[in-house]
Design a protein around this ligand. Structure first.
Ligand SMILES: Nc1nc2c(c(=O)[nH]1)N[C@H]1C(S)=C(S)[C@@H](COP(=O)(O)O)O[C@H]1N2
Ligand SMILES: [Mo]
Length: 454
């Protein structure tokens, strides 16, 4: 416990390997077709969008990957091989095991996919996303913490200590999947500013707390209420005490869902300081940014909440698809609600060697915002053909779902395993990239891992 409350400092173990990691991404971000040509001599067919690796290109790519590519003919143009698209690990964080730090002011760190294999994400493997400066351990003493419920559509202002909250309201535990709206941002072209998350800004811990709805009912929800929003104890990076780093919310109906929690525990223990100790909102299936950490105040609003990061391009996407790089007027942007269908391959780790004579057992998780995942497929030939995977039901609504599959490889060489989830409405993950948007949200492209078959 003492460990959780410890003030947290990222230790720089070696300088960020910006050269290596940004080299290939920057090259591909600027112009994927040109990058393909420069790197491999690969040209794309303007009609099929398939890449043509000439003999020389195929040899160059095979040399870098250390193997021939049996399904090279199916490899899309402008695609960085998964074996090269991995990021190095420049930092070490106490209490966090193997996370990749994208930024240390504020601290943001993501989890490599293979460390997300557990059905319930342990604290040491949960990504961290901070918009401001987190409060210190001293400032989050649970014995003196007060949560206020108010706002223009609350019938009364209510103040609760953590003891009041635990005594007055029923306790509930749910596994709730939390994913940053910007997860996957690093792949958008043209690139979007912000943390260059690859695939690991997601997790599914088990949360325990009181239902947000029960607490709102206790304060009294006026008939004109439409939205519920949070304020936390973190402070603005500028140091200006009058500025709020982030204050977001959800429509009343989402707040009143039975899984929406005011949580005091994660995985059966106090919530770690980095994840919002001593209280946080957990609203599963929506962008992580609605799950307010270090929760001090909840407001019931008579209008769509207008706090920092609710407006402009923040956590909003064009209401209708736009061409990459477009300027989108504010009035054409819509607030992100339920997150799209998505999945991860959590076993094996990308880049492994696998003996050709053995089948490879794959597994991972799939999720679909407010919806359930209805089917899961895997491909070893860059999406030319798909094989159905087994898919388990979620432990509870808004938890991610386990999937498993076995694949066999026809000959030695470089392969990519691609995973694709489909939600209960028939919406599937796009194979490479979904619609571009100014801040690079909602990239739910298929996750891919590299496998060297020997
Ligand atoms: N008070 C506060 N709450 C916050 C944030 C923040 O910066 N301050 N970041 C949000 C964002 S953008 C995300 S994705 C999640 C991340 O939660 P985690 O750091 O526990 O993984 O917390 C959300 N809640
Ligand atoms: Mo986020």
């Amino acid at each position: 416990m003492a460990d959780n409350r410890r003030d947290f400092k990222a230790k720089r173990t070696r300088p960020p390997a910006a050269g290596k990691e940004q080299g290939i991404h920057a090259l591909y971000a600027a112009d994927p077709a040109k990058a393909d040509e420069l790197t491999w001599g690969r040209r794309s067919d303007p009609v099929t969008r398939r890449g043509f690796l000439g003999q020389g290109g195929l040899a160059a790519m095979s040399a870098v990957l250390g193997a021939s590519i049996p399904f090279a003919a199916y490899m899309p143009a402008g695609l960085i091989p998964a074996a090269l698209a991995q990021t190095p690990e420049p930092f070490e964080i106490p209490g966090k095991d193997g996370l990749i730090v994208l930024n240390d002011r504020p601290l943001n760190a993501e989890t490599p996919a293979h460390l997300l294999d557990d059905p319930v994400t342990p604290a040491k493997h949960l990504f961290v996303r901070n918009n401001g400066r987190p409060p210190s351990a001293r400032q989050t003493d649970p014995s003196s913490w007060v949560l206020e419920i108010g706002g223009e559509s609350a019938e009364r202002t209510m103040r609760l200590s953590i003891d009041d909250l635990k005594r007055r309201f029923e306790h509930h535990s749910y596994r709730l999947q939390l994913e940053c709206g910007g997860n996957g941002r690093s792949e958008f072209v043209p690139p979007a500013a912000g943390n260059q998350w690859s695939v690991g800004a997601v997790g599914c811990p088990e949360w325990t707390g009181a239902r947000l709805g029960d607490v709102l009912e206790a304060a009294g929800i006026a008939s004109d209420a439409v939205y519920v929003a949070y304020y936390g104890a973190d402070t603005h990076l500028s140091g200006d005490p009058n500025k709020v780093p982030i204050s977001r919310g959800v429509p009343l109906a989402k707040a009143l869902e039975k899984e929406s929690l005011i949580a005091w525990a994660m995985n059966g223990e106090d919530i770690p300081l980095l994840h919002g100790h001593p209280l946080r909102l957990v609203i599963g299936g929506w962008p992580g940014s609605v799950s307010g950490k270090w929760l001090k105040r909840i407001v019931i609003r008579d209008r769509v909440h207008d706090g920092p990061k609710m407006t402009g391009a923040s956590y909003r996407v064009p209401c209708e698809p736009v061409a990459p790089g477009s300027q989108v007027p504010d009035e054409d942007m819509c607030i992100i609600e339920s997150m799209p269908v998505k999945s991860l391959v959590t076993y094996p780790k990308s880049g492994i060697e696998h003996p050709r004579r053995e089948t490879l057992a794959l597994r991972g998780h799939a999720w679909a915002g407010d919806l359930r995942v209805a089917r899961m497929d895997v491909s070893i030939d860059f999406g030319a053909s798909w094989k159905r995977a087994r898919l388990a039901p979620p432990k509870n609504r808004l938890a991610w779902q386990r999937w498993q599959a076995e694949v066999a490889f026809p000959q030695p060489g470089y392969y990519e395993v691609w995973a694709r989830a489909t939600d209960e409405r028939g919406e599937a993950q796009p194979m490479v990239l979904p619609g571009w948007n100014p801040k690079g949200y909602l990239n739910n492209a298929c996750h891919r891992i590299a496998v060297q078959v020997v």
